[in-house]
Design a binder for this molecule. Structure first.
Ligand code: DC
Length: 223
């Protein structure tokens, strides 16, 4: 059973700090799986959008989480999201707009409590890389390696604009709002988890970041 607790690396950080790209590359190197824990809030944000549920109506959001048939499925390339057994288009789930919706619905402690077990259930052998905002502090507080990935605002906006094929100005504005909201909310605000290794990726390629984490992981895990 000790394996179950140990083979987890958490990567937290602000929007577009490179968490998904680094997690994907690191998972490939290690032969582990990875999960974007933000996908749980993105699916709820998307459900709210489809069903016209106001993103500030906590009770209606909780009701939707329990009544709608949704699923988050970690894959090699990305974390897929299903509603009613149908795969949702990744470009809509991972759009800038849906990121804002996800941030809005993730403010509520009851929403966070409702998805916590499903986030933890993403763990499977031989190991898991979990990325998000509270992976090292709330979801997997016992992970032996916790990383907090940061990057300058311009590096982050540039990466996200390229990734999403969107205008840099629009992306920068959305990121600023999201960072502020995610860091200032009461429930599990974005913060450096205790004992986390802080890595600034502004001047590193994401492959370099993944290699650094891999090197450190080699000394901590049997891989
Ligand atoms: O990582 P992401 O961009 O997919 O996350 C979308 C939103 O979900 C993010 O702005 C805040 C929320 N989130 C969270 O509150 N906790 C997490 N562990 C992951 C994401």
């Amino acid at each position: 059973m000790s394996n179950v607790v140990k083979n987890i690396i958490t990567i937290d950080g602000p929007s577009a700090s490179g968490k998904s790209s680094v997690s994907r590359e690191l998972a490939r190197k290690l032969g582990w799986s990875w999960v974007s824990t933000g996908a749980f809030y993105r699916v709820l944000g998307y459900i709210a959008h489809l069903k016209d549920i106001p993103e500030d109506n906590e009770e209606a959001l909780i009701k939707a989480l329990s009544e709608v048939d949704w699923e988050v499925r970690p894959q090699h390339i990305q974390t897929d999201v299903y509603i009613g057994k149908k795969l949702c288009p990744a470009d809509e789930i991972y759009s800038v707009e849906n990121g804002t919706r996800a941030s809005n619905v993730s403010k509520f402690q009851k929403v966070r409590d409702a998805v916590l077990q499903a986030q933890r259930d993403a763990y499977k052998l031989p190991g898991l890389i979990a990325e998000g905002r509270d992976c090292g502090s709330v979801i997997f507080p016992n992970a032996p390696l916790k990383v907090f990935l940061s990057a300058s605002e311009s590096a982050r906006s540039g990466r996200r604009a390229k990734e999403a094929g969107e205008e840099i100005k629009k992306v920068t504005e959305a990121l600023k709002i999201r960072d502020k909201q995610d860091s200032s909310r009461k429930a599990a605000p974005l913060a450096v988890p205790k004992g986390a290794w802080e890595l600034d990726s502004s001047n590193l390629s994401l492959e370099e970041v993944a290699q650094k984490i891999y090197d450190k992981a080699k000394s901590l895990y049997t891989i």
